[in-house]
Structure formats: structure tokens, C-alpha cells
Design a protein around this ligand. Structure first.
Ligand code: NAP
Length: 301
């Protein structure tokens, strides 16, 4: 194993909080395997310090950064350029240093989200997104890219849903996406049950079910929209939860019991991380299996 010495370069994760993150586990495992003299750290960063911190990190030759809650949107203001994909999602989760001592913003969440869906054909299918926050936009762009025909976004707040739709439509004009039929509805809508019954794929992008909800520090053990609604679903529906702690969430436990194909958030996490490493190193071969093994081992403890 390469020791940390005077030549070691820094990469890391900026967010608030970051202490729960398993990104250092998966990235440092990959870095060791690739023989890079780099070290990945979780770096807590308050919103008011964001600009200052990323400038300082660039000045000390930081090789790359991941960005997480709550900075994924704000960070755009500090990038000298951002990719078309990040623009269309309205969020950046990866910073790559540019030649002029500045940061270029990318988004690898969509690639990570799509990786466990690749073995199936989703053309013309119906999908549901639960939640309309930051990751819901990356999920929506991902679903458009695999040519899902109808996407229903379900949230608890109609104003936020309307804003979500506006943001999505605004960036669609600049970005050449496949136009799916995108609809919004609240969790109180009379069409809720019918809409869910017609879905082929349901993606939970809310933190409901997360073991330790880093957003409010409480253990929430609940199921999105309550358990009843999921009992009458046909087995063919795939359930995809972006959460990876616990594994599986209560929602996916119920889905497994009822015979659904269930996907948790670990593959997304690993594959978005691998995509970031590709951007930082320029290497095509990232040891994804090792990243997965190290995450699974860590999460068992
Ligand atoms: P976010 O921007 O805060 O969005 C969260 C969404 O969930 C919002 O629409 C919010 O609704 C809704 N929500 C929150 N609490 C709720 C509740 N009690 N009942 C109903 N709706 C609720 O967060 P995010 O960045 O999208 O992340 C969401 C989840 O995805 C987190 O659990 C995160 O860990 C996970 N995630 C996983 C990966 C991965 O790689 N596996 C990547 C990104 C995110 P309001 O707008 O009404 O508040």
C-alpha cells in the first residue's frame, strides 16, 4: 500500500454533513488498487465558506472533488464551466480542475443511477419518481435517456413540484433530451393509486426509510406513502430506492416479500464514484468490483 508522503495528492468530498459518507471507503480502495499516490477525504464545508474553500483547494493542487448535500446547486456559481448534462440537471456533483486554476463542473449521478437499469429495455415504459429534490432531476434525465415514455413525479408540496417542472422544462430547451411525458402529482391526488398501479418502475428519491437521516439526524423507519399502497402492485413492477443504509430499506423489504425486483442505492453510489474517478484520472479502467466489495464489507459493520 502506498504510504501518505510528501508527494500525496488530495481528492475528496465537500458537503455538510459528510461524516456519514462511505465515499472515502470506496475511493481509497480504488486509489490503492490503481497505484495512485492520492488520498480521498470527507471535508465538511458550510455554505458560507464554499467559494473560499474550493478556491483554496484548487490552489493546493487538489485533483478533484465530489459535491454533496447541500451544495450541489450552489456550486454551479463557482465553476468556470459546467457540462451540458450538469446544466440540464441543474446540479454538479463532481469538480475537475481546469488548466486556468479553476473548476469545471460535471454530474455523474445520472450515470450512476442508470448502471443497475442497463440490463433491461425500458423503452416506452412508465416510471414514477417519489420526491422532487436534487437527485430527482438526475433520475428524471436518466429515465429520459433510456426512453421511458411517461414519468410521474410525486411530491408532498405542489409549489415545489411546479418549480421542479419549470426547471426541467427550462433546461430542456438548451439540452437535447428525449421528450417524455412528464407529469406531477401530490401525494394527496385522487389519481395516486391508479398512477402507481400503471408503473413499470418506481424510484424513491426521498430520504424516507434512511436509517440515520443525515438531513435531520433522526432514525426514520417508514415507507414512502405508507405500506398499504404497495401491497396491491403487480410483481412486474421494479422498485428502486436511492437509499443504501439500511440495506434493504423497509420499502424494499416489503417489495422483496411481495416478489418485486428491487434495487438499492449502492450501485448508484459506486458507479457515480467510478465515473468521477474516470474524470479525475483519465483512466478508463476503474476497479468497480473492488469498490463494491469494500462498500459491502464496510456496511456490514
Ligand atoms: P433533497 O434535494 O433534499 O430532496 C429530497 C426530496 O424528498 C424532496 O422532494 C423532499 O420534499 C422529499 N422529502 C423529504 N422528506 C420527506 C418526507 N418526510 N415526506 C415526503 N417527502 C419528503 O435530497 P436529494 O439530494 O435528492 O437526496 C434524496 C435521497 O437520495 C437521500 O436519501 C440521499 O441519500 C439519496 N441519494 C443517494 C444517492 C446514491 O448514490 N445512492 C445519490 C444522491 C442521493 P420537499 O421538497 O417537500 O422537502
Amino acid at each position: 500500500m502506498q504510504p501518505i508522503d510528501g508527494q500525496t495528492s488530495l481528492i475528496g468530498l465537500l458537503g455538510d454533513p459528510v461524516s456519514h459518507s462511505i465515499s472515502p471507503i470506496i475511493h481509497n480502495a480504488a486509489i490503492r488498487e490503481m497505484g495512485l499516490n492520492w488520498c480521498y477525504l470527507a471535508l465538511p464545508c458550510k455554505e458560507k465558506n464554499l467559494g473560499e474553500i474550493i478556491k483554496a483547494l484548487n490552489n493546493i493542487d487538489c485533483k478533484g472533488l465530489n459535491i454533496t448535500i447541500p451544495h450541489k446547486q450552489n456550486i454551479i456559481n463557482y465553476c468556470s464551466s459546467i457540462s451540458d448534462l450538469a446544466k440540464s440537471i441543474g446540479a454538479v456533483n463532481t469538480l475537475v480542475p481546469s488548466n486556468q486554476n479553476q473548476w469545471h463542473g460535471e454530474n455523474t449521478d445520472m450515470e450512476g443511477f442508470l448502471s443497475p437499469l442497463k440490463s433491461n429495455n425500458w423503452v416506452g415504459k412508465n416510471a414514477i419518481i417519489l420526491g422532487s429534490g436534487g437527485s430527482a432531476k438526475a433520475v428524471l434525465r436518466g429515465l429520459q435517456s433510456i426512453k421511458i415514455s411517461t414519468i410521474n413525479v410525486i411530491g408532498r408540496n405542489i409549489n415545489k413540484l411546479n418549480q421542479f417542472l419549470l426547471d426541467i422544462k427550462k433546461t430542456e430547451q438548451d439540452y437535447n433530451t428525449n421528450i417524455a411525458d412528464i407529469r406531477i402529482l401530490t401525494d394527496k391526488d385522487s389519481k395516486l393509486v391508479q398512477t402507481i398501479k400503471h408503473a413499470d418502475l418506481i424510484v424513491n428519491t426521498t430520504p424516507i426509510g434512511m436509517y440515520k437521516n443525515s438531513l435531520n439526524n433522526n432514525a426514520i423507519k417508514r415507507i414512502p406513502l405508507g405500506s398499504e399502497i404497495w401491497e396491491s402492485l403487480e410483481k412486474k413492477v421494479t422498485l428502486y430506492d436511492l437509499i443504501y443504509t439500511p440495506r434493504p430499506t423497509q420499502w424494499l423489504q416489503l417489495g422483496n416479500k411481495n416478489g418485486h425486483y428491487c434495487i438499492d442505492g449502492l450501485e448508484m453510489l459506486i458507479n457515480q464514484g467510478a465515473a468521477s474517478l474516470k474524470l479525475w484520472t483519465g483512466h478508463e479502467n476503474i476497479p468497480i468490483d473492488l469498490m463494491r466489495k469494500s462498500a459491502e464489507k464496510y456496511l456490514l459493520h
